[in-house]
Design a protein around this ligand. Structure first.
Ligand SMILES: [Zn+2]
Ligand SMILES: [Zn+2]
Length: 274
């Protein structure tokens, strides 16, 4: 399993690879654009070429992108729906040019659940047929806040099987814990792995977002925390990693960055868990 963190693209996309290299990572996750805005920054051809070159130079084996926060693939409002899928298409196209391996997406939020799953699946079928992998789209499990889809593996499986195109899975440990999978206990870890095995299959699980949870199991509150200092605990995280190590390609930390050495400390904690 390659280890890395979500890192900033401030100063241009290739800078994230420099930051990953400086931290001794073989993997990295980035946003391709400002994640909190709809504005699209066209990335110059020179920057794309530099990104690909830097990756080889630094020996970064695994590059993951995370879709921006604003797109909602299950949106009911036609305008937001349109905007969301256009944005996903733009990021997928840019990801292909950058030779990125995976694009992690949340399935979206909507209240009329039954229709939402089919709408998301149909959208994915269309977009992936048009722009086949790489990057492979990975659906990420969520903490199940409000109308958030995808808190249970069965929901993600429903989208993946109904889409009928290549799709994978990214499991976030903090989201799973907040959604009610008690990773602190062997029983909870087994339950999550069993649901994956019986749903999309363990081979679909490509990336783990290794995060501690600040709030309690089943709280549906999405607050990532420092490894070893949250409610899942070191044993819980280590046990889960051991259970999925034969399948997973990369482990990405999305831990808080409040102090300058937080990344270094969380990476050291992750290495001790692996
Ligand atoms: Zn995410
Ligand atoms: Zn995550």
């Amino acid at each position: 399993m390659k280890l890395g963190l979500h890192l900033s693209i401030a100063g241009g996309l290739p800078r994230a690879l420099d930051r990953a290299h400086a931290l001794g990572c073989q993997a990295v996750q980035i946003f391709l654009q400002n994640p909190r805005g709809w504005r699209w920054r066209p990335v110059p051809a020179g920057e794309i070429a530099e990104f690909r070159e830097k990756r080889r130079l630094h020996g970064i084996d695994l590059v993951v992108a995370h879709l921006s926060y604003l797109p909602n693939m299950a949106a009911v409002e036609p305008e937001l729906f349109q905007l969301s899928w256009e944005r996903l298409h733009q990021e997928l196209t840019l990801g292909k040019a950058l030779e990125i391996d995976y694009l992690v997406c949340h399935p979206g939020h909507a209240s009329a659940e039954a229709a939402s799953f089919d709408r998301v699946a149909a959208g994915l079928r269309r977009i992936i047929t048009e722009t086949p992998p790489p990057p492979l789209i990975l659906l990420e499990n969520t903490s199940g806040r409000k109308n958030e889809l995808g808190q249970h593996i069965a929901e993600l499986h429903r989208i993946i099987s109904s889409a009928g195109v290549p799709l994978g899975l990214c499991v976030d440990t903090a989201h799973a814990f907040a959604a009610g999978y008690n990773l602190r206990l062997a029983h909870g870890r087994r339950q999550l792995l069993q649901e994956i095995a019986q749903g999309p299959g363990l081979a679909a699980l490509k990336i783990i977002h290794l995060n501690e949870a600040l709030f309690s199991c089943g709280s549906h509150r999405d607050r990532h925390w420092h490894l070893g200092q949250g409610n899942i605990g070191r044993r819980g995280l280590r046990g889960f990693l051991a259970g999925c190590s034969p399948f997973v390609q990369g482990v990405i930390l999305e831990t808080p960055k409040a102090a300058p050495d937080d990344d270094v400390l969380n990476l050291a904690a992750a290495r001790s868990l692996l």
